[in-house]
Design a protein around this ligand. Structure first.
Ligand code: DQA
Length: 147
């Protein structure tokens, strides 16, 4: 089983960036916990962050050939802007959960619309870095254990 965790723009700044919204954990710490959680469940978890839309799109396309069963994605600001990233996810037809650290619905109105939520299996927001762990836990139970 393979689960891909994708992080969109500016999430490389976690720990430094607006901790009142995004918490004190660094992306490296979050990713290390997710990889460990996957290993304990006998699954492979790969993480990828990019500030570039095209790199995220190409990484999503690559899931057609790399054995990815499920995607956990925080599209960050692209949540509210990117038809291209949405089309990439619907194009590869992989099930995914959308995660946001902050409760986007309690913030500016431009954060209330997502180009992803209607395609997602589910959406988690406002639970901080824990949201990724809950999403991964769902992904691990959703995907079939083959070995
Ligand atoms: C975010 C929320 C987005 O509105 C914002 O642009 C981000 C992070 C979150 O995790 O809360 O960069 O996706």
């Amino acid at each position: 089983r393979k689960i891909l965790v994708l992080h969109g723009p500016n999430l490389n700044l976690l720990g430094v960036r607006e901790p009142q919204h995004y918490g004190a954990d660094t992306l490296a710490a979050i990713n290390a916990r997710l990889v460990e959680q996957g290993t304990l469940a006998g699954a492979t978890v790969e993480t990828f962050q990019s500030n570039r839309e095209f790199e995220l799109i190409e990484r999503i396309h690559a899931t057609l050939d790399d054995g990815t069963d499920f995607i956990v994605i925080n599209p960050a600001a692209f949540t509210h802007t990117s038809v291209a990233l949405r089309d990439a996810l619907s194009g590869v037809k992989k099930p995914f959960v959308e995660v946001h650290l902050s409760n986007v619905h309690a913030r500016e109105s431009f954060r209330h619309h997502s180009y992803f939520s209607d395609l997602a299996v589910g959406v988690i927001c406002g639970l901080g870095a824990r949201g990724y762990e809950y999403a991964l836990s769902f992904a691990l139970s959703h995907t079939v254990k083959t070995s």
